[in-house]
Design a protein around this ligand. Structure first.
Ligand SMILES: [Ca+2]
Length: 476
């Protein structure tokens, strides 16, 4: 087995170093929406069951400390697909990204320019409806620059307006904030069926196939047999200390307050009601396992296709999610839970099956990593660093702490041990992850850590692109 691995490794090196792209690898590119790190992928003792992510990790390298560039669907995905950080593109939020970058060659398009067929389905870009954005999860650029030759947009599914949690008015309710048991065809079923159809075809070119899974994003729906894995009475909640905000700044409090409409109303419901906080957390967990199940289907079909031996798989989530910790439910904060994500790369001949890398890495690195793994020349002018050295040696030193932003001017830096946060108004936080994984103790005010603070301040961005302002649109 070792000998075989060595031969394929040498062969892979040869073909990449000398540009002999005899076997251009297929790329299977899988995204997940809003899945945090409280899963069994990260630690068997965690409550959220993700057996298929574990199965995939066993084939390649799992990055234990991977971070989005920004904890929002749009800015995070834009960074992955373009290789540009928000501080470079000015896309800190939910602006129509194609208006800002009309000629940008995205990652799939870059492969297409070198001969790959490109297909995509589901939520890959943010599924905004505004013109110049990304309708249905794809890219609405003209064909010559579009990310995909063919794209199957997100389908509505049959749960629209289900109102399972009982909220009918206010800011939470049927519109986006529903949760509960749903035994009907949902968006991810449609997406995965389309992906399976692509895998049943014969391809005469290398294939870049992208599957954008929408769960566990709200509404947190899952079928009953998955809810059965999460008995309601045993629902595990994260630690939520009452005094957690006592050592935090006004800026931190304000950022977290964005989310209180999702937090307070369920907190006020009787525990056994369908709209309760506990029911919401149970539903998120079931919904995450549903996403895992959908990914299992894609992996099985890919294996059947016969393409697996010559395929690089990359799997990522766009950002994490608070589940009541830090008095937040959702994302849009600079704390660990909203930014740490599942991230796996399987590269036959390069990654060691079952390897884990604990160096902090940013998802903006995906672009350069896939390009190098495929033996292509690097694209000029984009951000990040190829992770190929870490894939080969997950324990090597890595001096590129991950940078996160939440809106213009608010940043977090994650190094091996520390999370440093600096808000636009200059207020700071520091957390020691060796001792405080839920970030309850802000050390920024303690003189003992002046050196750690000074070191991390150096990693703050030197240049910050101004936030992109779209052209005003006529109201119809
Ligand atoms: Ca998201």
């Amino acid at each position: 087995m070792k000998k075989l691995l060595l031969i394929s490794f040498v062969g892979f090196l040869f073909s990449t170093c000398f540009g002999q792209q005899v076997n251009k690898p297929n790329i299977l590119f899988i995204s997940i929406d809003d899945m945090n790190d409280w899963t069994t992928l990260f630690d068997k003792s965690n409550p959220i069951k993700t057996p298929n992510l574990e199965r995939l990790a066993a084939r390649g390298c799992f990055f234990e400390r991977a971070y989005c560039t920004s904890p929002g669907c749009a800015p995070s995905r834009n960074s992955i697909m373009t290789g540009l950080k928000p501080t470079t593109s000015g896309l800190y939020g939910f602006q129509p990204w194609r208006e800002a970058l009309p000629n940008e060659v995205t990652l799939p398009k870059y492969f297409n320019n070198y001969g790959w067929a490109t297909r995509g389905a589901g939520k890959l870009f943010h599924h905004g409806k505004q013109p110049g954005s990304n309708v249905g999860g794809g890219d609405d650029a003209p064909a010559k620059i579009n990310s995909f030759e063919e794209f199957y947009p997100m389908q509505m599914g049959n749960v629209k307006g289900a109102n399972l949690n009982g909220f009918t008015e206010g800011k939470i309710g049927v519109k986006a904030g529903d949760w509960g048991e749903a035994n009907v065809k949902m968006v991810d079923h449609y997406t995965v069926e389309w992906i399976e159809e692509q895998l049943a075809k014969q391809w005469d070119k290398p294939l870049f196939l992208a599957a954008g899974i929408y769960k566990p994003h709200l509404p947190h729906y899952a079928p009953s047999d998955i809810f059965d894995l999460y008995p309601f009475d045993e629902t595990r909640l994260p630690p939520m200390p009452e005094d957690d905000f006592d050592d935090l700044s006004e800026a931190a409090y304000k950022m977290s307050q964005n989310q209180h409409f999702r937090y307070q109303l369920p907190m006020e419901q009787p525990e056994n009601s369908p709209g309760s906080f506990k029911k919401m957390i149970q539903s998120y967990q079931a919904s995450a396992t549903f996403a895992d199940r959908m990914i299992g289907r894609i992996i099985d079909k890919w294996d059947e296709s016969g393409m697996a031996d010559n395929t690089i798989i990359v799997l990522w989530a766009d950002h994490g999610y608070h589940l009541g910790d830090k008095k937040s439910v959702v994302k849009f904060t600079l704390w660990e839970k909203a930014n740490r994500v599942p991230f796996i790369i399987v590269a036959p001949g390069v990654t060691t099956p079952g390897s884990r890398c604990s160096r902090p890495v940013s998802l903006v690195n995906i672009y350069k990593t896939l390009v190098e793994l495929s033996g292509l020349p690097q694209k000029e002018g984009i951000d990040g660093n190829s992770l190929v050295p870490l894939l080969k040696n997950p324990n090597m030193e890595w001096n590129y702490p991950a940078l996160m932003s939440q809106g213009e001017g608010n940043y977090a830096i994650r190094s091996d041990r520390w999370r440093y946060i600096r808000y636009k108004n200059g207020e700071e936080e520091l957390y020691d992850h060796d001792n405080d994984p839920w970030e309850h103790n802000n050390l920024a005010g303690d003189d003992k850590y002046a050196g750690v603070l000074a070191e991390h301040r150096q990693y703050l961005p030197k240049n910050e692109a101004p936030s992109f302002k779209p052209k005003p649109r006529n109201k119809e």
